[in-house]
Design a protein around this ligand. Structure first.
Ligand code: NAD
Length: 492
């Protein structure tokens, strides 16, 4: 069944409230934020701006529930997560439509990627926690050490707007699975699917107070959450500047921190790559979700011997991308997340021009007609002729904008790629396996893909180096992050 857009829009006209202690809090006479559909530019929902009383309520609820939740067998906690995952699967079309309306991403992308991944996150950590074991270190003839792990207590999960339910569940699933109670804050730009998830939690009777969802702006409720000394741990995904700021706040009460931050990801295209396949995959990687995935490549370095051929093919393929109504199955590019974000990207294009960029394609806002007349659409953009040290090549743009540069040797490529404050992901395109392994070892990035992009095994460590983050999530890393370890030493 294809979701009906008009029904969908009508359905989502409700007000988005906080979910605390298993209930939706009243919103009468509360400060509310307008929530805009980026594909139309129109307000389609309203969302509560949380205040200090909401935070108090959420903290006391989570503290009241902490003991019982942490003492449940992991298998029982896992069952709740699987029940939530099953409901997400059941409601996949509704959730995908909600994500599309809230965020501007193509409905097909939400159906294929965002929502299946949200349920996969819950399922994965439900199963993982039942297999979580601790270590034992035997000292011959002296003593035996074993490690105990316990939940941290009340933890905060703060997520961004680009993959709303996908990243929200990526954080709450390991936190809940390991027996913590969670105060979660989705982005104020895309609050809808977290709200719908709260309804699912109510439906599956997740114990009260175990997951509390506070809506509102980062500068207000986000900051209050990070300041509160009763919250022991923060898992944050968002911009590097925000991450730095949160790290400073968290330092005051020595909170445990996981920061998943921005990127400026290099793609290294070697002369021996399969050119056609590389171009097809790279165009998809650079412009997926309108380039608004932290892992999208945005700096493409091409060996000088194939640069001209690569450029022609790359530009041709980029020009085939269809910018259009995200509800339309033929649109490969939806809207950017907000008017501010569109403006920020257009400003970057002006900066690039002032730095001497040659515009190979795109660079302009796209005006659609009809339903999407007021939407925030932009042409996929490719630039060349920029110095590696230019602002355009150094600052995260987080939109459909990529730059092309040449390199002369493998060392040159690695030097250019590593000349960045960021270190999140990198892609390598070559048929030479030694070259690939050598570059993978030397490139400064937390995640390296060879001849592919965004293949994700949820057991693998996920995160960035340098200004791209602190710590790793995924698999055992996340289970360890959300638990306190204690070593017990017993003398023989
Ligand atoms: P952002 O930093 O503006 O906001 C992220 C979240 O933090 C939102 O929920 C926001 O309300 C909250 N927040 C903002 N200021 C806060 C404060 N002072 N205290 C507490 N919370 C605060 O980021 P964004 O614009 O929503 O997302 C885009 C950024 O996220 C990009 O830089 C992108 O690269 C990054 N990102 C990183 C990853 C990753 O896994 N490394 C994944 C997705 C997005």
């Amino acid at each position: 069944m294809t979701p009906n857009p008009s029904n969908g829009v009508k359905h989502f006209m409700e007000a988005i409230s906080n979910y605390v202690n298993g209930e939706f809090l009243p919103i009468a006479s509360r400060a509310m934020l307008d929530i805009v559909n980026p594909a139309t530019g129109k307000v389609y929902a309203r969302c509560v701006e949380s205040n200090v009383e909401d935070l108090e309520h959420a903290i006391s609820s989570s503290q009241a529930s902490a003991k019982a939740w942490s003492q449940l067998k992991p298998e029982i906690r896992a069952e709740y997560l699987v029940n939530i995952a099953n409901e997400i699967d059941q409601q996949a079309e509704t959730l995908a439509l909600a994500e599309c309306i809230d965020n501007g991403k193509p409905l097909q992308l939400a159906l294929k990627v965002d929502i299946p991944r949200a349920s996969a996150n819950l399922r994965f950590f439900a199963h993982a926690v039942t297999q979580f074991s601790s270590e034992c270190h035997a000292m011959e003839d002296v003593a035996l050490n074993y490690t105990l792990r316990s939940p941290v207590g009340t933890v905060a999960c703060i997520s961004p707007w680009n993959l709303p339910l996908y990243l929200f569940t990526w954080k709450i699933a390991p936190a809940l699975a390991t027996g913590n109670c969670v105060i979660a804050k989705p982005s104020e730009i895309t609050p809808m699917t977290a709200f719908l998830l709260a309804k699912i939690c109510q439906k599956v009777q997740l114990p009260k107070g175990v997951l509390n969802i506070l809506q509102g702006t980062g500068a207000n409720i986000g900051e209050m959450i990070c300041e509160d000394p009763r919250i022991k741990t923060i898992s944050f995904t968002g911009g590097s500047k925000t991450g730095l700021h949160i790290a400073q706040i968290a330092a005051k009460s020595l909170k445990k921190l996981s920061l998943e931050l921005g990127g400026k990801n290099p793609a290294l295209v070697f002369a021996d790559c399969k050119l056609q396949e590389t171009v097809e995959q790279l165009v998809n990687a650079c412009f997926a979700n309108q380039g608004q995935i932290c892992l999208c490549p945005s700096r493409i370095y091409v060996h000088q011997s194939i640069y001209d051929e690569f450029k022609v093919l790359f530009i041709k393929t980029v020009k085939e991308l269809v910018v259009g109504d995200p509800l339309d199955n033929t649109s490969s590019q939806g809207a950017l997340s907000s008017a501010n974000h569109l403006q920020k990207i257009l400003d970057h294009i002006e900066i690039a021009k002032s730095e001497g960029a040659q515009l190979l394609c795109g660079g302009e806002q796209v005006g659609l007609t009809g339903r999407c007349e007021g939407g925030y659409f932009m042409q996929p953009t490719v630039l060349e002729n920029l110095a590696n040290q230019s602002r355009t090549n150094q600052e995260e743009i987080f939109g459909p904008v990529v730059t092309l540069q040449t390199f002369e040797s493998d060392d040159d490529a690695l030097m250019l790629a590593n000349e960045s404050d960021y270190g999140l992901s990198a892609t390598l395109w070559t048929e030479n396996i030694s070259r690939a392994h050598n570059a993978a070892r030397k490139i400064e990035a937390g995640i390296v893909w060879i001849n592919c992009w965004l293949i994700r095994d949820l057991r693998t460590p996920f995160g960035g180096m340098k200004m791209s983050g602190l710590g790793r999530e995924g698999g055992l890393e996340a289970l360890r992050f959300f638990t306190e370890s204690k070593n017990v030493c017993l003398k023989y």
